[in-house]
Design a binder for this molecule. Structure first.
Ligand code: HAM
Length: 421
């Protein structure tokens, strides 16, 4: 026998009925809420030029250094599967929207992203994000509005056990000064850092603050704080974001150590962290990125956005929590050709029923048809064979109680409509 081909490690099939329903609900709530807030859907390609992510996400980030799926196409061009959505949306925004006089846009996207990480619960190599990107304004009220939208979204899905952490990364000038101070501090304590963090010191000392290496933690605790390097303008912006959040009734804590793993942020950054998720506890994260559009070749357009991890979010949800109701399943079993023709003639009406319906074709035995109905999880089976055709009836069988009754064939649709109305 030839060897079975399996799904790639860290990439999962989604097929269980309940899970699929939960994903569909999350997606439809997202469309509804975000479109009501003026966001339009954008679908960008999954593959982009590698340079987009190198320049967009940042060459010294873990994502670009270690986690991208990068390959040469047949023309020796370096392409990568998108590890996140922001860079692609910015590319598309520059390509299609910056000729307009008003350089603004509100976009949302839903789709798969790819990162070559070590798979574990809540961390996959193919995962899905719902993301929002808003171009055109640097107003602190917009940062708060984005956070509020995300908060609303989680609450409308009945998720309440989360915390919102916010921070300000200042402007890039504040960050330059901070980076210099960090570099100096970590260089002085170089040999108390873990090996990987010593390497980060040369490449991007900011990343050390994200380090999980226990060796480095004491040094990290004593490191200078970014908040002491914020300019007056960015401090005022950050205080205003907090004021807006308070007015909107969105609880938050300021985490002055939060830097996020992507290089494009400045000013406000935020993360929604679940208290129920274990190690991979970040449900969503985002922030402001006022320089990215320009650095990818566009004009100066400030922007802010976030993305939420579908796998992490859906692991917090259940059908009950969402109040998902399954439609009743009705199985039509024809035992002879005439009955097949009869059910076929009724298909247009059958599909109008408030139910999931399946017509079973082919002349297998009653027993095998009943088995198939049970495997599908049918609650009702409609049977018709030679004797039913002679009497002009169909048999309606309740699979749970195993009781059954005969219904006149011409009343079948009416009968079902009443049952499932
Ligand atoms: P991120 O924090 O890298 O941000 O990812 C956002 C969310 O995607 C995370 O909070 C997490 O829920 C989910 N996620 C990330 N990696 C994985 C993984 N390997 N497996 C499962 N879920 C994962 C961004 O991607 C930014 N583009 C967000 C943004 C949009 N900032 C501004 N606009």
């Amino acid at each position: 026998m030839s060897q079975k081909i399996r799904a790639i490690k860290g990439m999962e099939d989604l097929f269980e009925e309940q899970s699929v329903k939960i994903w569909q609900r999350v997606e439809s709530e997202a469309r509804c809420l975000f479109e009501a807030a003026g966001f339009q859907e954008i679908r960008t390609p999954i593959v982009e030029e590698t340079a987009l992510f190198e320049r967009g996400v940042g060459e010294t980030t873990e994502i670009v250094e270690k986690e991208m799926y990068t390959f040469l196409d047949r023309n020796d061009k370096s392409l990568s599967l998108r590890p996140e959505g922001t860079a692609s949306v910015v590319r598309a925004f520059i390509e299609h929207f910056t000729d307009h006089q008003v350089q603004e846009g509100r976009f949302y996207y839903i789709g798969p992203m790819f990162r070559y990480e070590n798979p574990q619960k809540g961390r996959y190599r193919q995962f899905h994000q719902i993301g929002l990107e808003c171009f055109g304004q640097d107003h602190p009220g917009l940062d708060a509005e984005m956070i509020f939208l995300l908060d609303q979204f989680l609450r409308c899905l009945n998720v309440h056990d989360f915390e919102l952490k916010i921070n300000s990364l200042g402007s890039s000038e504040c960050r330059q000064a901070y980076l210099a101070a960090l570099k100096e501090y970590f260089s002085e304590h170089r040999f108390q850092l873990g090996e990987e963090d010593q390497r980060r010191l040369e490449r991007n000392p900011l990343r050390i603050l994200d380090s999980k290496d226990p060796t480095s933690q004491t040094v990290i605790e004593g490191a200078p704080h970014l908040r002491d390097f914020l300019s007056e303008e960015t401090q005022t912006h950050f205080l205003a974001v907090q004021e807006f959040l308070k007015n909107l009734g969105v609880p938050f804590t300021v985490d002055s150590r939060m830097v996020r793993g992507l290089d494009y942020y400045e000013k406000t950054v935020f993360e929604f962290v679940s208290t129920e998720l274990g190690a991979q506890n970040s449900i969503a994260g985002g922030g402001r990125y006022n320089r990215l559009v320009k650095s990818l070749g566009g004009p100066v357009v400030p922007a802010v956005g976030f993305a939420l991890g579908m796998e992490r979010l859906t692991s917090l949800l259940s059908a009950e929590k969402l109040g998902l109701k399954n439609l009743p399943k009705v199985f039509f079993a024809a035992l002879d050709e005439d009955s097949e023709k009869y059910f076929a003639s009724k298909l247009p009406e059958i599909r109008q029923l408030n139910a999931m319906t399946m017509v079973d074709w082919g002349s297998t035995s009653l027993k095998s048809k009943m088995k198939r109905a049970a495997r599908w999880g049918a609650q009702w089976v409609l049977l018709s064979g030679e004797s039913e055709r002679e009497k002009s009836v169909v048999v309606v069988r309740d699979m749970e109680s195993s009781s059954q009754e005969e219904v006149p064939a011409h009343d079948m649709i009416d009968f079902l409509q009443k049952k499932f109305s």
